[in-house]
Design a protein around this ligand. Sequence first.
Ligand SMILES: [Zn+2]
Ligand SMILES: [Zn+2]
Length: 125
Amino acid sequence: MSDSELLSRAKKAPATAGSRTVITAQYGRSPYVAAYAKRRAAGICELCEKPAPFITKDGEPYLECHHIEWLARGGEDTIENTVALCPNCHRKMHVLNNSTDITHLNKKTGENIDLQNQDNEPSLL
Ligand SMILES: [Zn+2]
Ligand SMILES: [Zn+2]
């Protein structure tokens, strides 16, 4: 589509979008699994390894929880399947779901679980 064609279609779109009801599946998610993934990440995105882009009003680094194997595809809401990502990486996983990235994330959750077992400390939560 040419630029002018796109512009003319964009201009024709109704300025006030009609309201419609969208039904999405809701999956049960444990707040503890999400909190654990964020604590494990310690403010660093588990994919790009960069610090969270900003700090929330609660003083927490802003990261988003992502299920490596999507819940919609039968993935489980467990700490092994949940990672904390910066918004860019989170979006990237949903747009590309690149196998290299998946391998990286699976390795991260695996490593952390091993460390925890070696330390033999009680769970963080
Ligand atoms: Zn990232
Ligand atoms: Zn996600």
